[in-house]
Design a protein around this ligand. Sequence first.
Ligand SMILES: [Zn+2]
Length: 291
Amino acid sequence: MDYLVKALAYDGKVRAYAANTTETINEAQRRHYTWPTASAAIGRTMTATVMMGAMLKGEHKLSVKIEGGGPIGAIIADGNAKGQVRGYVSNPQVHFDLNEHGKLDVRRAVGTTGTLSVVKDIGLRDHFTGQTEIVSGEIGDDFTYYLVSSEQVPSSVGVGVLVNPDNTILAAGGFIIQLLPGTEEAVIERLEKRLSTIEPISKLIEKGMSPEEVLEEVLGEKPKILETVPVEFSCNCSKERFANGVISLGTAEIEDMIEQDGQAEAQCHFCNEKYVFTKEELEELREETTR
Ligand SMILES: [Zn+2]
């Protein structure tokens, strides 16, 4: 079972998050039939998104959109404070040879010209929107840049995905380290040094390290765990929601569907679930439009 932890370290001056998202990203891969480079891109994005969701409270949620101008198109991920996350990419069947570091060439798939946007739904119709330029295309660094420049919290984001030869996910996970005001210079230097020398996060997860152990490895001390949250791929779509969409098309449009196809199909972008409306169901929905 995937989960994330929220923690504090260095006398409460450093806030930290870490997640194992292997099963969650595996489900995204299976639902969207992503090829390895696309799996890494969507997996890194969903992992960062679910950790940012953990920064929220209650029913609050966030949406992340990355558009880097590359062949993958847009990457969309939604997360909330309960560890639920969903996501998709415009073009899931994107794959390239490994890059010069022997890693999946995410930058090439994502592109390097565009934006990372975040919309947070924080209740009472309040929305917070932030947007930054894509600075790397490798996604982790792009989230780091977003948190530092848009939310003005000194942060470091590490996210990674390893893919098996059969396209399933071998390991996925990430961490976010944030400095709270008043962090001593010595602590900052120590963290910077550790961040520049640790193994890639996907390797740590592959070795079997838990989120708690990942944080200890990254931070260089045992953190105080504040909360543990289960993480899962979760989509709130339903046939009823799509039925409401059909109703909103209006009588004439539904008439057309009944006459031309005798049925209608709707597919959820986020989870790829398909909903079929039979002729009889469409006739019922047509009645709803006149009520
Ligand atoms: Zn769905």
